[in-house]
Design a protein around this ligand. Structure first.
Ligand code: NDP
Length: 326
């Protein structure tokens, strides 16, 4: 089978399109013929070696996949079932989706919702499922559309694009923070009512700023997240899932103790199975399916290495879907 294979040895760190023996697939009770995988930010970190995402070598990257079960000794899955996988350390410690086949623990899988084709499911991918988890976190903390504007950072990326689409369809007023003013039409097409320049948030700010946001979905971290906390309205919530600016958080406790704001952390990797199934069911209900095509760029498996560098350089838009059989 074809796969992207990452190696680290005396010659350094490398990623290459490779022929891999299926007998080398890792242990697992379900084998999946992969249709599509994607390039999430974490996949691009792994492929380019920009961050120590991969912990076993050689590794097939790809933290998500969609496909069809070809072999199963797991009671929950039969041959022919369509499935989706996100996270659980796949593509980090267990061979992942950027390959034509994957062998996995069946308990990690989610049945593909009927609403989506395998390609559409990866048009959403881990970034989109994480965006849904972020929206659910805002809802859990009582952020309703009548409370005011919602800020989405990293707006033209994968998490940001899906978050805008979801929030707009749910009736929220969404403001997109982006470094790419050239993507204004794209972001407004997904449902953003206004744009701000990400540079307005990226520098060290005051501990408390003017109250503006009822809620926020942050894919960026660092000063941006600190500035969001400082400008949440009284009782507001930011769902924090990303670190595109940095993993630091140079904030103060002031907005928390004086405005009762909430910093809600969102993790997709080890998210419990009932919550991830709920997230996929919510995506089937609450995402404008026509937006998937708008947000998606399809590439071939062999293109994944070059496009990973583009993603690290902030040049990809929305979701990058990888056809592993092309
Ligand atoms: P993308 O690469 O698709 O999007 C990231 C976006 O962040 C870019 O498009 C850009 O948006 C913005 N950005 C990039 N660099 C900077 C910077 N230096 N300062 C401010 N903004 C920047 O990535 P994903 O959407 O796949 O992932 C986004 C983040 O969420 C990543 O950090 C990823 O690791 C994290 N993530 C976390 C998950 C979890 O389980 N917690 C799951 C999935 C993702 P623009 O051009 O509009 O400014």
């Amino acid at each position: 089978m074809k796969a992207i294979l990452i190696n680290k040895d005396d010659n350094g760190y490398s990623a290459a399109l490779s022929d891999v023996d299926e007998n080398d697939l890792p242990e697992g009770d379900v084998t999946v013929q992969v249709d599509y995988s994607t390039l999430n930010y974490k996949d691009s970190l792994a492929i380019t070696g920009s961050s120590p995402v991969v912990r076993n070598f050689p590794m097939v990257p790809g933290i998500d996949l969609s496909g069809t079960v070809t072999d199963s000794s797991n009671a929950g899955y039969s041959v022919g079932d369509k499935v989706v996988l996100n996270g659980w350390g796949v593509g980090e410690v267990h061979w992942g989706g950027l390959a034509q086949k994957a062998r996995l623990n069946g308990d990690w899988l989610v049945p593909l919702p009927d609403t989506f084709t395998p390609k559409q499911a990866m048009g959403i991918g881990t970034a989109g499922y994480t965006a849904m988890l972020c929206v659910m976190a805002l809802e859990d903390h009582g952020v309703t559309p009548d409370k005011g504007e919602i800020l989405v950072t990293g707006a033209a990326g994968g998490v940001g694009s899906v978050a805008i689409s979801l929030l707009a369809k749910l009736g929220y007023t969404v403001v997109a923070s982006t470094g790419r003013a050239s993507e204004a039409d794209y972001l407004k097409g997904l449902g953003a009512s206004d744009l701000i320049d990400r540079n307005d948030l990226s520098e060290a700010g005051r501990p408390m700023a003017k109250e503006r946001w009822a809620g926020a979905v942050d894919a960026v971290g660092s000063h941006t997240l600190a500035n969001i906390c400082a400008s949440l309205k009284y009782g507001g919530t930011v769902a924090a899932c990303g670190l595109a600016q940095g993993f630091d958080l140079p904030a103060t406790v002031m907005p928390f103790i004086l405005r009762g704001v909430t910093l809600a952390g969102v993790d997709s990797v080890n998210c419990p199975r009932p919550r991830r199934i709920e997230a996929w069911n919510r995506l089937a209900k609450d995402l404008d399916i026509s937006h998937i095509e708008t947000m998606m760029t399809e590439i071939n498996l062999g293109d994944a290495i070059a496009v990973a560098s583009d993603q690290m350089a902030g040049k990809t838009r929305g979701r990058v879907v990888v056809n592993v059989n092309a």
